[in-house]
Design a protein around this ligand. Structure first.
Ligand code: ZN
Ligand code: ZN
Length: 46
């Protein structure tokens, strides 16, 4: 999978993955690989 652009959570680091739930592109720091969710979705639960 190829992702381009900046992380939509911190808007500082390059995005490396996209959230399975909301589709946001996020950097490694803001992506939960186990769940496939961005930090926002992971924090929201579900
Ligand atoms: Zn980030
Ligand atoms: Zn998300």
């Amino acid at each position: 999978m190829s992702v381009t652009g900046l992380c939509q959570v911190c808007e500082r680091a390059a995005a490396t993955a996209s959230c399975d739930r909301c589709g946001a592109v996020v950097c490694a720091d803001h992506y939960d690989r186990d769940r496939g969710l961005c930090a926002d979705c992971g924090a929201a639960g579900g």
